[in-house]
Design a protein around this ligand. Structure first.
Ligand SMILES: NC(=O)c1ccc[n+]([C@@H]2O[C@H](COP(=O)([O-])OP(=O)(O)OC[C@H]3O[C@@H](n4cnc5c(N)ncnc54)[C@H](O)[C@@H]3O)[C@@H](O)[C@H]2O)c1
Length: 316
């Protein structure tokens, strides 16, 4: 019988995102066992070796490369395997390549574990969260996409930088698709409990409308800009995944903009996208009904429609 005190995570895909996530989890002290799985088993092996040599400097965690059978007793399986965006490629462009890979990956995981939480990071993350939900047969609360947790972090960082405020004191969410149709919910944004519009009015040091437009564009285009310069993005997303894992492992009931299946919430169904959701050891405990402005509702519907069109073209 499994020792309940063991927090075991499996990561499938040990490229830039998977290996950085592994390293971030190694440093976190949150987990006691981490298995790395990749179609390129030597890459997974090398990453495990490299991390293990730093073990005297961190709290003990058993890290090793393995195969799908090592997912057997994992609490969370993080999926980062697949193709990444090339310069100029959108996340949606990756859909066919990565859906094919997911048929293999998800099929292999569920052979050994039907009790874990599946945490999808590979892009297009909302589509692949939906694909994973369908292929796994898991209840919807246990299939989570990292969604716009990263985008919300970028949003908070950029607002904090502009305002000269610690980003941890900025409450602001990006919702919808993790991608080109994502939605900034300015109407919900606040600093120290002060709604953003009131904060801007009081500060009155810039044109707040152009600040909003620039910030949104910078958040939405962040991955393109980074990929253009260094070929991939991985540090911030790894921290976002660590944050989601933390909320699950510590049963925190944290509100995070993860992607999950909607069944009527916001009038949307049979689609995965990000909405502020309560995350605990069960996975998604609740999708929060946040009061969106009319404009934000229109944009969320557009985002859902764009995702739906892709989902309808899927051959599962
Ligand atoms: N959700 C987010 O916020 C976010 C952020 C950044 C990147 N990503 C996505 O994460 C994914 C990984 O990006 P990356 O930069 O690490 O790419 P990468 O090419 O460095 O790594 C991908 C890894 O997947 C492995 N792989 C491929 N097919 C596999 C299979 N069938 N089974 C197991 N492993 C397999 C490869 O061997 C490789 O090691 C991409 O889809 C990227 O777009 C998501």
């Amino acid at each position: 019988m499994k020792n309940k005190s063991i927090n075991k995570i499996a990561i499938v895909g040990t490229g830039f995102v998977g290996s950085t996530t592994a390293y971030t989890l190694m440093l976190s002290g949150l987990i006691s066992e981490l298995v790395l799985i990749d179609i390129n088993s030597r890459k997974a092996e090398g990453e495990a070796m490299d991390m293990n040599h730093g073990m005297p400097f961190v709290r003990p965690v058993k890290i090793y490369s393995g195969t799908y059978s090592d997912c057997r007793d994992a609490d969370i399986v993080v999926i980062t395997g697949g193709a990444n965006q090339k310069p100029g490629e959108t996340r949606i462009d990756l859909v066919n390549k990565n859906t094919a890979i997911f048929k293999d990956v998800v099929g292999n995981i569920v052979k050994y574990n039907t009790d874990c939480i599946l945490l999808v990071v590979t892009n297009p993350v909302d589509i692949l969260t939906y694909v994973t939900y369908k292929l796994s047969g898991f209840p919807k609360n246990r299939v989570i996409g990292s969604g716009t947790v990263l985008d919300s972090a970028r949003f908070k960082y950029m607002i904090g930088e502009h305002m000269g405020v610690d980003p941890r004191n900025v409450h602001a969410y990006i919702i919808g698709e993790h991608g080109d149709t994502e939605v900034p919910t300015w109407s919900l944004a606040s600093i120290a409990g002060v709604p953003m519009d009131a904060y801007c009015k009081d500060c009155n040091s810039c044109d707040s409308e152009s600040f909003k437009e620039t910030t949104y564009n910078n958040v939405k285009n962040a991955a393109y800009e980074i990929i253009d310069r260094k070929g991939a993005t991985y540090y911030a997303v790894a921290l976002a995944v660590r944050r989601i894992v933390e909320a699950i492992v510590r049963n925190e009931n944290s509100i995070l903009t993860v992607s999950s299946l909607l069944e009527g919430e916001y009038g949307l169904s049979d689609i995965c996208l990000s909405i502020p959701s309560q995350v605990n050891s069960e996975g998604i405990a609740r999708i929060i009904k946040v009061p969106l402005s009319e404009d934000e509702t229109v944009l969320l519907n557009k985002s859902a429609t764009a995702l739906k069109q892709v989902v309808e073209g899927l051959k599962l």
